[in-house]
Design a protein around this ligand. Structure first.
Ligand code: ZN
Length: 136
C-alpha cells in the first residue's frame, strides 16, 4: 500500500513533536494504537471549524458532522469525500473497518454502521490523530 505522503518513522516523530501533538500521537497514527476513551482533547470539543490529519494536514472532517456518540472518542457522521481510506481490520478477534488518511496512511480510528441518519455512519476517531483548525 502506498500513499502520496511518505516519511520514515523518525521523520514522523519529528513532525509530530514540532506540532506539539499528543504524546500518544505517533503510536496511534503510525502503529494503529487506540487512545484511552474520554482522554482525547477533541472528545467533547464542539467549536466550529475543521479537523485535519495530525500527520500531513489533510482535511478530514467538518465540525458540523461531529456528534456526541457517548463512546469516549470524537465521532463524525461524514468524512470529507476522498479524504479517508477504509481497510478491513481483523485484529483483536473482531472484524472492523479501519480508517486511515488517504494522503499519508495515518491510522485514524474505525468506522461503524451505527451512526445517525442520513449517512448511518459513525467515524470513531482518536483525538491524537486529529488537528483542529478554526474557520479562516
Ligand atoms: Zn495524513
Amino acid at each position: 500500500m502506498s500513499f502520496p505522503v511518505q516519511k520514515s518513522d523518525a521523520q514522523w516523530q519529528a513532525e509530530l513533536a514540532s506540532k506539539q501533538a499528543e504524546s500518544v500521537a505517533f503510536q496511534v497514527t503510525r502503529q494503529a494504537a487506540t487512545e484511552r476513551p474520554f482522554t482525547g482533547k477533541y472528545e467533547a470539543h464542539w467549536a466550529d471549524g475543521s479537523y485535519h490529519c495530525i500527520c500531513c494536514g489533510a482535511k478530514l472532517f467538518d465540525s458540523n458532522t461531529k456528534f456526541d456518540a457517548g463512546c469516549g472518542w470524537p465521532s463524525f457522521s461524514e468524512a470529507i469525500p476522498g479524504a479517508i481510506q477504509e481497510n478491513v481490520d481483523r485484529s483483536h478477534g473482531m472484524v472492523r473497518v479501519e480508517t486511515v488518511c488517504a494522503q499519508c496512511g495515518a491510522h485514524l480510528g474505525h468506522v461503524f454502521p451505527d451512526g445517525p441518519q442520513p449517512t448511518g455512519l459513525r467515524y470513531c476517531m482518536n483525538s491524537a490523530s486529529l488537528d483542529f483548525e478554526q474557520p479562516k
